[in-house]
Design a protein around this ligand. Structure first.
Ligand code: HEM
Ligand code: HEM
Length: 216
């Protein structure tokens, strides 16, 4: 079987992905610290100010996270055909077929793979869209916590979360969505790479995937 290389993920999508990964890892570590600092409080005031440093790093990573999500929203509408939202949701017969094929192969009901498809499988696509919605709530609660006096974030914060304490609690809970998502995601990327010949893992670095030459 001869395979052909196809350019699937633009540089913007790959930058989005790795900015998301690096910002979420940083936000989770600093977030855990903000919630329960693991350094002795005696360090505070000794000129080290660990909590201030963690909050500042959290704020910076929050801006990287936000710009990454804004880029992805742009690509959902104006990206290439594999990056657009219509290719990620079960809204066409082609996508509905792919969703049932993927669910069957993920549940080991049968061993087939949609070789024609280059973009995300629709099960992954739906979860990625859900992850973007979760990110929008994380941004809204985060900016409500960071800029409580800002009229725009206050209006949205009160409407979506109520008090700041509720926003903080839901902000903390949402962190677990991203942690559990990342663990399952990495497992499924490796699983797909072992099962199927399209080179999924390297695609998020190079942008290329592989497909048998006879499939158009
Ligand atoms: C996936 C992304 C994010 C995760 C996992 C995350 C996680 C956390 C966690 C665990 C806390 C501590 C909450 C607590 O007290 O228990 C926190 C606090 C906070 N986060 Fe995030 N966060 C994320 C995104 C953001 C964004 C986008 C912003 C916006 C700039 C932001 C701003 C804040 C602020 C201002 C606080 C309160 C810090 C304080 O106590 O003064 N976060 N975050
Ligand atoms: C915190 C950790 C991670 C997060 C939050 C994350 C998030 C995401 C998201 C949201 C997408 C969808 C991109 C889109 O919207 O089109 C994606 C795709 C992808 N990610 Fe990750 N990722 C993480 C770690 C990794 C790691 C460590 C790898 C391994 C190399 C990886 C490999 C991939 C691949 C190959 C795709 C494309 C999958 C496909 O073709 O369907 N990710 N990731």
């Amino acid at each position: 079987m001869i395979y052909e290389k196809h350019y699937v993920w633009s540089i913007l999508l790959r930058l989005y992905h790795w900015s998301l990964v690096s910002s979420i890892v940083t936000l989770a570590i600093t977030g855990f610290y903000i919630n329960s600092p693991w350094t002795l409080t005696t360090l505070e005031g000794t000129g080290l100010y660990p909590m201030l440093t963690m909050r500042n790093i959290h704020g910076l990573a929050g801006y990287l996270f936000t710009s990454a999500i804004l880029v992805r929203l742009f690509l959902l509408l104006f990206g290439n055909r594999h990056e657009r939202i219509l290719d990620m949701l079960p809204v066409t017969s082609r996508n509905i077929r792919n969703m049932s094929t993927t669910l069957c192969s993920y549940s080991y009901l049968h061993d087939c793979h949609d070789e024609e498809r280059l973009g995300h499988n629709v099960v992954a696509g739906m979860i990625y869209v859900l992850t973007i919605i979760a990110a929008l709530f994380q941004m809204a609660s985060g900016f409500y916590l960071r800029l409580p006096e800002n009229v725009f974030w206050q209006k949205w914060g009160v409407m979506l979360f109520g008090t700041q304490q509720h926003a903080r609690f839901e902000h903390h809970l949402l962190m677990w969505y991203f942690i559990i998502f990342a663990l399952i995601h990495i497992y499924l990327v490796i699983w797909n790479d072992l099962k199927n010949p399209d080179g999924i893992t390297s695609s998020i670095f190079t942008g290329n995937k592989f497909r048998p030459r006879n499939i158009k």
